[in-house]
Ligand binder design. Structure first.
Ligand code: ATP
Ligand code: MG
Length: 1009
């Protein structure tokens, strides 16, 4: 009972202390195949799977690979509590689970800062997509939440139902089969919160749009739209509710599914689209409707024997949904005139496939835009991709899928062996050669330039003259005959020949032999769409379609890449992405074909174990040491088995492990000690140790329960003494005497700081750091401030941002220069001080395309008699004008502005400009312009900013001299007084009386004033 009690760990999380699964191995097999004694036996492997599956244990490890068997029923192992159990717990401490794998990848990303990828493979219906969803959900629930970015995480989660609606379909093997390969990268921010991502898609099964096998369906979205769309929507799209009315939906004779509600899923998809932030739903759905209408378009023979459209209504509907451009109906029949009936049908289907396929790619792009982050954060990639496929008849698609699996296997070998080797090197253990089959030879056979199958296929598609699938097969025989992994009916010996058709070639994949029928290879590789149709589609009113069929593509004379080459290139990129990350693997198995819970079909499982290469996985893993564990963990678990290590070992960890294994009688060939880990070669050694521990457990339990009092006291001494000693030595350099104390002080400071961080940039409080953390504390303060500033700036609205930019410029100009400036800081700048209707229409017309950006009433003083004249000063982007009611009196081009202004605190300002003007129609100023304005700070700031002459402004006290006309000068005197007055003073000077008799003197930075 004691071992089943719950314990609260340090961080307050509740964890169920599990019985070691090692002890329960006899009842439910081994939870890690690596511990299987007879690891070369496929029968033992399958028996272990069967026993565990019988107990509802669907997960088993092969080292760090997780094998998962589809239970075909809801299990109680995915709850939030279960997620908590696996959070932060070491991989082997607790029973195998998809959460354990997810958590391990997450922690490796966080602690080692290495991007991760989880590769999920298995045949159709084995549970890949379910596994990937469980991983995503685990991250969504257990990772910290970044409130600011939460929507991005949501969008990523919501991309699943959308992609499933458009990319999944009911097949014979799976009611929700993904008909495309998917790699989803999840991005985490610096706190470990999932905040964004991106998706790559591979090889959508487009042929499903126009044809489905018996019992299968088209992509879900077609049925969801018909079942869930409201009446108005269907009327707009000219659709009828019954799927049986559409020839693209009746081929499989399976309009409805018992396991799925199209209506409910429609709601889910629509909601997901809105979360993702889609604005193009209507256009997207009209494409779906357009494809259905296109499918119903039929052909017949015209009066002169030409092929023409015979189904008027459907043709009209095609036009109605505006997916296909209006010219489509004119051009399409004309264009297809030279085609016979079959060719016309196949052109129609090719168009439907192309439109759907490209729309799907567009959709993925759109989701990517919605979830993308620009900052390069940490990554976990999830690869949900088709597993090895061996059907009764294998065609081009199986060839591509199996090629993809060869590449993944190659990567697996490379990465597993590499990581194994790296681990041995890091631990200082001599590397022992591992015998394994390197499948590079098969990858080369398929992808090698000029010689490989894909090159040969491309060549055959492009070669002039008569080519067909049979000629492709012959070419393969010529180039690849004699290759150990390639054989055809003609090349084979008697026994193999019997098992092969004449149109087949056989590849000996790493996982087994597969016969491919060459029929259709050339067509599928060509994937051609009539050029005229492409041209027509460029003119579609539907922006998604016109985006997908770009004019450049039609203009481009270069031939597009063939399908297989495209796939090959995409795979290369994928391998590059995966190769740069730390991999984890989930291998999914399907227990029966009937989708039934509890049924374990051994033949089916054996087939998958073979084609997933699981025995090979195990052999590679077991080639070195079966088991490895860090010294701390090993010692912690098994220390009760040795009197010297129990209850505590105080020396070096390696010595402790060495003492322990010596006491247990391990032989030299059974184990090796690395730098931080012990490696155990045979599972038996470990089991014996584990059995000994179990036998000892009651004794340990007693010991723990009746913990003697002297030991408690001893423990206190163990803690307090180093503390006191550390206090005494606290001013010394870090040394064994003070390390405990100094660490404690540092830890306390950081903990205290965490709780007392300033909440705003104006808050200057900060806990005092201990001497050893002064520099760190300063850096932390700087980082924290910067972080707060960045956060603040991100929240600032555009209007407010504009205001702030202007205020900063005003501050640069006036701060400490003008006594009245501080009083005006709080006053907001306005966009303009003149209403639109206050500016005369004639003036606006004269200004033409130069829009008024700012206007303000001013008083202009004549340079000679200082007579005040009310004016409007209008600023455009390139010049300022002085306006008298309906007339532009003066124009000052910013380019001709020499120094901007002199102005005083009371509102006087002076504009110096060259006489030149860029517009001869309006007179330039003859001398300096003397103005008075109530909003002088605002005006000077705006003028200086617009003219990009902020640093021309210089302010100093005293009288100012200004140019009256050529060579003549005037003077303005400033005097302190209680009332503002601007008038003609003595000696013909202009006298300004104000409270702040300091002149704000604006100089040209070039010093020419
Ligand atoms: N862990 C699980 N628990 C319960 N049911 C599951 C689990 N995994 C899979 N299933 C069931 O099996 C079905 C098929 O699984 P899933 O769609 O994930 O297969 P897949 O490997 O992605 O197949 P495909 O290659 O066709 O896309 C699911 O719809 C679900 O009913
Ligand atoms: Mg799937």
């Amino acid at each position: 009972m004691h071992s089943r009690k719950t314990e609260v760990d340090v961080e307050g999380r509740v964890r169920l202390v599990m019985e070691s699964a090692l002890t329960a191995r006899d009842r439910v097999g081994v939870q890690d195949f690596v511990l299987l004694e007879n690891y070369n036996s496929e029968a033992a492997f399958i028996e272990n799977l069967r026993r565990r599956f019988g107990e509802g244990l669907i997960y088993t490890y092969i080292g760090s690979v997780l094998v998962s068997v589809n239970p075909y029923k809801e299990l109680e192992i995915y709850s939030k509590q279960q997620m908590e159990r696996y959070r932060g717990v070491s991989f082997y401490e607790i029973s195998p689970h998809i959460y354990a794998l997810s958590d391990t990848a997450y922690r490796a990303m966080r602690t080692e800062r290495k991007d991760q990828c989880i590769m999920i493979s298995g045949e159709s219906g084995a549970g890949k997509t379910e596994a990937s969803k469980k991983i995503l959900l685990y991250y969504a629930v257990t990772c910290p939440i970044n409130a600011h970015m939460a929507t991005l995480g949501d969008r990523l989660l919501q991309s699943n139902p959308v992609l499933e609606a458009f990319g999944n379909a009911k097949t014979f093997r799976n009611d929700n089969s993904s008909r495309f390969g998917k790699y989803m990268g999840v991005q985490f921010d610096f706190r470990g919160a999932p905040v964004g991502g991106h998706i790559l898609n591979y090889l959508l099964e487009k042929s499903r749009v126009v044809h489905q096998n018996h019992g299968e369906r088209n992509f879900h979205i077609f049925y969801q739209l018909l079942d869930g769309g409201d009446d108005n929507l269907l009327t707009t799209l000219a659709l009828q509710r019954n799927p049986q009315n559409y020839s693209y939906l009746v081929k499989g004779n399976c309009p409805r599914l018992s396991s799925v509600s199209d209506k409910n899923n429609w709601k889910v998809v629509m909601k997901a689209l809105s979360v993702i932030g889609f604005a193009e739903e209507e256009k997207l759905l009209s494409i779906i409707a357009g494809v259905l209408h296109l499918g119903n378009t039929q052909f017949g023979e015209g009066e002169e024997g030409e092929t023409c459209i015979t189904t008027e209504t459907h043709a009209t509907n095609v036009a109605k949904v505006r997916t296909f451009p209006p010219v489509f109906l004119d051009v399409y029949p004309v264009m297809i005139t030279p085609l016979n009936f079959e060719q016309a049908m196949s052109a129609r289907d090719a168009l439907a496939k192309a439109v759907y396929g490209r729309t799907f790619t567009w959709l993925v792009e759109k989701i990517n835009q919605s979830v993308a982050l620009t900052t390069p954060y940490d990554f976990i990639g999830l690869l949900d991709i088709y597993g090895f496929e061996v059907l009764q008849h294998n065609s081009f698609e199986q060839f591509c899928i199996n090629y993809c699996n060869e590449k993944l296997q190659q990567l697996f070998i490379e990465l597993t062996l590499r990581s194994e080797q790296e681990e041995y090197e890091a631990e200082g253990i001599a590397w022992e050669t591992v015998q394994y089959f390197d499948n590079k030879i098969i990858c080369d056979l398929i992808e090698e330039k000029h010689k490989g199958i894909i090159s040969t296929l491309d060549e055959e598609c492009l070669r002039p003259g008569e080519t067909c699938d049979a000629s492709f097969l012959e070419k393969l025989e010529d180039t690849l005959g004699g290759h150990p992994h390639f054989v055809t009916h003609k090349l084979a010996n008697g026994k193999t020949r019997k098992a092969m058709g004449r149109e087949e070639f056989r590849l000996l994949h790493y996982a087994g032999e597969v016969n491919y029928n060459v029929n259709g290879f050339l067509d599928k590789n060509n994937d051609l769409l009539n050029r005229n149709l492409k041209e027509v589609m460029c003119q579609s009113h539907n922006q998604i379609v016109s985006y997908c069929f770009r004019r450049e593509e039609v203009m481009d004379q270069k031939r597009p890449e063939m399908a297989a080459t495209q796939f090959k290139n995409n795979l290369m990129k994928l391998m590059e992405i995966l190769g740069s990350k730390e991999p984890s693997y989930v291998r999914c198995l399907k227990p029966n074909d009937a989708k039934q819970p509890g049924r374990f079909d051994e033949v089916l499982i054996r087939h998958q174990v073979k084609y997933l290469g699981l025995m090979e996985n195990l052999r590679v893993r077991r080639a070195g040491f079966a088991y490895r564990r860090r010294f701390e963990a090993f010692l912690q678990r098994y220390k009760p088995l040795c009197p010297e290590t129990w209850p505590n070992w105080h020396g070096r960890l390696a010595d402790g492990v060495s003492t322990l294994v010596n006491h247990l009688g391990y032989k030299a060939e059974e184990y090796k000690l690395g730098r931080s880990k012990i490696f155990i070669r045979f599972p038996k050694t470990l089991f014996t140790t584990e059995d000994a521990l179990q036998a000892k457990k009651p004794e340990i339990g007693e010991c723990k329960n009746g913990f003697p009092e002297w030991r408690c006291k001893g423990r206190l001494l163990v803690i307090i003494l180093p503390f006191i000693k550390g206090f005494i030595y606290r001013h010394e350099d870090y040394c064994p005497e003070n390390e405990y104390f100094l660490d404690h002080v540092r830890y306390s400071f950081l903990k205290n700081l965490r709780k007392n961080l300033p909440r705003s940039v104006l808050d200057k409080t900060w806990p005092t750091p201990p001497p050893s953390l002064v520099e760190a504390s300063e850096n932390l303060w700087r980082m924290h401030m910067r972080n707060m500033v960045v956060k603040y700036c991100k929240r600032v609205q555009p209007e407010w941002r504009k205001q702030m930019i202007q205020k900063v410029a005003a501050s640069e100009i006036f701060k400490d220069q003008k006594d009245s400036y501080p009083q005006g800081v709080g006053r907001l700048f306005l966009d303009s001080r003149l209403e639109r209707e206050q500016i005369n229409l004639k003036v606006v017309q004269t200004l033409g395309s130069d829009k008024v950006q700012y206007g303000v009433p001013v008083v202009k003083y004549d340079r000679r008699g200082f007579k005040p004249r009310p004016r409007q000063l209008l600023l455009t982007n390139t010049f300022a004008v002085l306006v008298d009611k309906t007339k532009i009196k003066q124009r000052i081009d910013y380019a001709a502005l020499r120094g901007i202004v002199r102005h005083s605190s009371d509102g006087c300002l002076l504009v110096h400009a060259h006489a030149a003007t860029l517009n001869p129609a309006v007179p330039p100023p003859q001398g300096d312009v003397v103005l008075h304005c109530d909003h002088v700070i605002e005006l000077v700031t705006k003028l200086a900013m617009m003219a990009s002459k902020v640093n021309y402004v210089n302010i100093n006290p005293g009288s100012i001299t200004f140019a009256v006309a050529r060579g003549k000068e005037g003077i303005i005197d400033f005097v302190r007084g209680s009332e503002l007055k601007v008038a003609k003073g003595k000696r013909g000077h202009l006298l300004v009386v104000s409270q702040w008799p300091f002149v704000c003197h604006v100089w040209s930075s070039q010093g020419d004033f």
